[in-house]
Design a protein around this ligand. Structure first.
Ligand code: MN
Length: 130
């Protein structure tokens, strides 16, 4: 069975590109356009991997990551932050909020899927299969 990815991303173009790249590589993708919708989707049908935009309306990605980690079903699930922020310390904030890794926007189609696979493998090595 292929991995199910929940992508929480408010930008339609980013959703489109990421979904295209992931589906082409055999992933199943569900998307949510804000943190509240993402939390509902994650709780009702826990995914194998979460891709989390940090710059979201209302609830930012750091807050979403913390809330996701409070869901018992998701305490071992790889969460990968995706952000265009070039702010100093943003990566550390994402990791402190519960993310396992970090991908910078704009998405590079050449490396996007491999980077996700690398982060997921690292997480599974450390934490065990989810
Ligand atoms: Mn965004």
């Amino acid at each position: 069975m292929s991995s199910r990815i929940l992508m929480i991303e408010d930008n339609e173009q980013n959703r489109y590109l990421a979904t295209f790249l992931l589906e082409r590589n055999g992933f199943q993708v569900e998307s949510a356009v804000d943190g509240a919708a993402g939390l509902r989707a994650a709780a009702s049908n826990p995914p194998d991997i979460i891709l989390l935009d940090i710059q979201l309306p209302k609830m930012d990605g750091h807050a979403v990551a913390r809330a996701l980690r409070e869901l018992r079903e998701l305490d071992r699930t790889p969460i990968i932050a995706v952000t265009s922020y070039a702010m100093v310390g943003d990566r550390e904030k994402s990791l402190a909020a519960g993310c396992d890794g970090y991908i910078e926007k704009p998405i590079d189609p050449e490396t996007f899927v491999d980077t996700i696979r690398d982060i997921v493998e690292q997480v599974r090595h450390i934490r065990g299969r989810t």
